[in-house]
Design a protein around this ligand. Sequence first.
Ligand SMILES: NC(=O)c1ccc[n+]([C@@H]2O[C@H](COP(=O)([O-])OP(=O)(O)OC[C@H]3O[C@@H](n4cnc5c(N)ncnc54)[C@H](OP(=O)(O)O)[C@@H]3O)[C@@H](O)[C@H]2O)c1
Length: 251
Amino acid sequence: MKIGIIGTGAIGGTIAKKMVAAGHDVKVSNSDQGDKLDARAMELGASPATIEGVVTDVEVIIISVPTIAIPTLPKDLFANVLENVIVVDTSNYYPFRDADIEEIKNGKVESVWVSEQLGRRVIKAFNNLLAETLENGGREPGAYDRIAMAIAGDDANSKKIIAGLANDAGFDTVDSGTLSESWRHQPGTPAYCTELNAKELGQALSDGIKEEAPIIRDKAIAGLSSLPNYPAHPDVVKFNRGLFEKNPKSV
Ligand SMILES: NC(=O)c1ccc[n+]([C@@H]2O[C@H](COP(=O)([O-])OP(=O)(O)OC[C@H]3O[C@@H](n4cnc5c(N)ncnc54)[C@H](OP(=O)(O)O)[C@@H]3O)[C@@H](O)[C@H]2O)c1
């Protein structure tokens, strides 16, 4: 497929590498338009593009920037992008990083807010996998330890296509419902960055409690920040699982 990715950081860069490795035609853009973008694109095996160019002549656009950067994207970004082009949002809202976004703080589902900012329907995907999980956790279809990614959105066909890209990257998927249900895999939920298989993820998605998620998210950040050193990846996953007594893998 022809894929344009905005954001070449931890998650956008890893998605780009994975999609290139799977044989997709990938272009990338970030906040630089010069040598730094060219060097990063080369490192990822993708083509560098301007922000306008990255959304042109593609079938899927993946937006992978911090939530706070979403309103800084050009207002007319999608003016010439056909309705059948799928737009994916990977973002997670963290107040300590993204500052105050009142509507989200007041309970608006994060990707619903993103969709409103962009004036465009979005699919929420790739947000419940840590970049390191995406980089190294992929397995062949049918593997006993294949990790699953949650996908939410209002268009079944778009979700099917994005599930295909996740499969190419080595992951099963679980449909988490409409975009308004995507809080089920926001930070502070048992489905968030806990490396579960499809059956376990289905359970975790239904176990989440919307009102508690921001409290647990902030508790998790405080807990991780209070450690003398940031833990290694397996310990971060263990920590995330341990936030929920009922998590299928919390022990
Ligand atoms: N890290 C993870 O494990 C992970 C996992 C799942 C989801 N997420 C979520 O995905 C989003 C991105 O996370 P990340 O960790 O990849 O962040 P990151 O490493 O900080 O990378 C952010 C990327 O966004 C680009 N960017 C920022 N503002 C931009 C703008 N106005 N126009 C174009 N590009 C812009 C940056 O460009 P420059 O390179 O030029 O600075 C950078 O490439 C966040 O919401 C995060 O919560 C992260």
